[in-house]
Design a protein around this ligand. Structure first.
Ligand code: MCA
Ligand code: AMP
Length: 505
């Protein structure tokens, strides 16, 4: 096979070690040839629909082998993969399929019953799992279309901004494969590594770095549809060498280690534990190291930039810091006027280089607003140590919340709260939280004659939005604090919700 494109490189990884597993799930173990055969079968089914190149295929599924094969088949035909968060509810789901103009939806049976009734019935929908009650795509002749070119969009990753509507981040395989190349240099991944992966497959962390990283190297991915600390330990008891997780997962694994102390010795056999998507508290890093002897490698990224900053594999992995730019990536720290600040000063992180998104799907204005002079403006506030290690110290917008690694737009929750008859107005904030990084709290003004309660408003939000967006704390206030222009002053709400045991580091 001539390896010319990023797609070829992904597939070449699979052909490297015939007979050796590349994908292990609860249900199947596949070697590279097995995964490619599954991919061909999916490509043949999709090809029968004769879709124009670049058509978007929406996929609502948990992590399993057919989803990986389906994704490769979509690339194989020059189509665009649009994974959807299975926790999304009606309007969130409908927004994604409408926004991307999906030609069809492929769905796990387990999610179909609960979710598809919420969607416009006009969208053609098919089952993924064998024996699904949804119609299956009929088999057809092998696909003839040429595979994705490097400059074409491979994936739309939907991500929240500061407003209620999520945006589709256009990512090319060129950017993804290039970013993995840079991480390989930094983290020393090899084909002999075995990746224990329990991250969801609709975000960059699990999908672009985890799955694509594993495939590219032809390493074995032990893929889990859900996160369960005991299953991760079992992976390491077998052969896993790498784990990637969000900080919340490490906190949950520490709880598991407290209940099952011998598991620490099993994890101690690992080669590399990485964390990202949210700040890893130094206390967690230190506790993990005490128990397992492993020092977690923290890195920073974003859907729009892929992985941008990383601590080193060899060298100091500094607690509370996210290290230096990954090879190929340029960063600068700027003030409000966009001028670089002096080293050690606080400013916004701007990023440039080959791993950036191609823009937001169908949103030229949002895309233009996200860049300045070719630099992507992350919205994250950083500071550098004297030797250049960068630290994430905050975010420009109080409307962005990160809980358990999920990005949440506070205005989306406020909008749903305001739709409840008991609520006149609402302001949602993220409160620093030991378990989730930030927890969602809502201050609400009541409508006359109503007494809003969390018991009512929590389920109300979960009925309309993904479960993790529901407020965990609520206070009724006479009036929300506003400035002279009428803007709600959210930082003034935080003391209402802070608890004595909240993290201070
Ligand atoms: C679940 N719950 C949550 C969250 N997840 N609450 C707040 N924040 C969350 N993230 C709640 C549910 O609503 C439910 O509440 C209860 O926890 C149990 O739900 P369950 O489904 O059992 O939870 P879980 O499976 O244990 O999920 C926790 C999780 C998950 C594994 C940490 O949140 C997760 O997979 N997070 C990873 C997100 C991620 O991959 N982000 C990467 C994007 P109740 O019982 O009250 O109903 S960032 C990115 O890609 C960039 C590039 C980067 O840098 O990496
Ligand atoms: P997403 O848009 O879901 O890809 O989330 C990207 C955001 O996650 C970034 O803009 C940061 O705010 C946050 N993030 C990612 N990695 C880290 C990290 N190591 N430390 C702090 N925040 C992080």
């Amino acid at each position: 096979m001539t390896v010319t494109t990023a797609f070829d490189r992904l597939c070449a990884g699979l052909g490297r070690h015939p007979g050796r597993p590349v994908l292990v799930t609860d249900a199947v173990t596949l070697d590279g040839g097995g995964l490619l055969r599954k991919t061909d079968a999916w490509a043949a089914r999709l090809a029968a629909r004769d879709l124009p190149r670049g058509s978007r295929i929406a996929v609502l599924a948990r992590g399993h082998a057919d989803v990986v094969a389906l994704m490769l088949a979509i690339y194989r035909l020059g189509l665009v993969y649009v994974p959807i968060n299975p926790r999304y509810r009606g309007a969130e789901l409908q927004h994604v399929v409408e926004d991307c103009g999906a030609s069809m939806l492929l769905c796990d049976q387990a999610l179909a019953d609960d979710r598809l009734g919420m969607l416009d019935p006009g969208l053609p929908r098919f089952g993924i799992d064998p024996g699904s009650a949804l119609p299956s795509l009929p088999d057809a002749a092998p696909a003839v279309a040429s595979a994705l070119r490097d400059d074409e969009t491979a994936i739309l990753v939907y991500t929240s901004g500061t407003t209620g509507r999520s945006k589709g981040v256009k990512l090319s395989l060129h950017a993804i494969v290039g970013n993995i190349g840079a991480l390989t240099e930094l983290w020393g991944w090899t084909a002999d590594d075995v990746l224990s992966l329990a991250l969801p497959l609709f975000h960059v962390h699990g999908l672009c770095i985890g799955v694509h990283g594993g495939l590219l190297h032809g390493m074995c991915i032990r893929l889990h549809a859900r996160f369960d600390p005991a299953a991760i330990v079992t992976d390491f008891a077998q052969d896993a060498t790498i784990f990637m997780g969000v900080p919340t997962m490490y906190g949950r694994m520490l709880e598991h280690l407290q209940a099952q102390p011998p598991a620490a010795a099993v994890l101690a056999r690992g080669r590399l534990f990485t964390a990202g998507s949210a700040a890893l508290r130094p206390a967690v890093l230190e506790h993990w190291e005490q128990l397992t002897g492993q020092r977690i490698l923290e890195r920073y990224g974003m859907s729009e930039t892929l992985i941008t900053l990383s601590n080193p594999r060899d060298g100091e992995r500094r607690p509370g810091a996210v290290g230096h730019p990954v090879p190929g990536c340029e960063v600068q720290v700027v003030d409000d006027a966009g001028h670089p600040v002096a080293p050690g000063e606080i400013g916004e992180l701007w990023v440039r280089g080959p791993y950036l998104m191609q823009g937001y799907w169908n949103r030229p204005q949002d895309t233009a607003a996200a860049f300045c002079r070719g630099w992507f403006k992350t919205g994250d506030v950083v500071r550098s140590d004297p030797d250049g290690y960068l630290r994430i110290v905050g975010r420009r917008s109080v409307d962005v919340i990160k809980s358990g690694g999920f990005k949440i737009a506070a205005p989306q929750i406020e909008e749903v709260l305001r739709q409840h008859p008991s609520v006149r107005d609402a302001a949602v904030v993220g409160v620093p939280d030991a378990r989730w990084g930030e927890r969602i709290a809502a201050a609400v003004e009541a409508n006359p004659g109503h007494v809003p309660t969390l018991d009512v408003l929590g389920p109300w939000v979960a009925e309309h939005l993904a479960d993790y967006k529901k407020p965990r704390q609520m206070e009724v206030v006479d009036t929300l604090p506003r400035n002279a222009l009428g803007k709600i002053q959210k930082p003034r709400l935080l003391p209402l919700f802070q608890r004595p045991d909240d993290p201070r580091d």
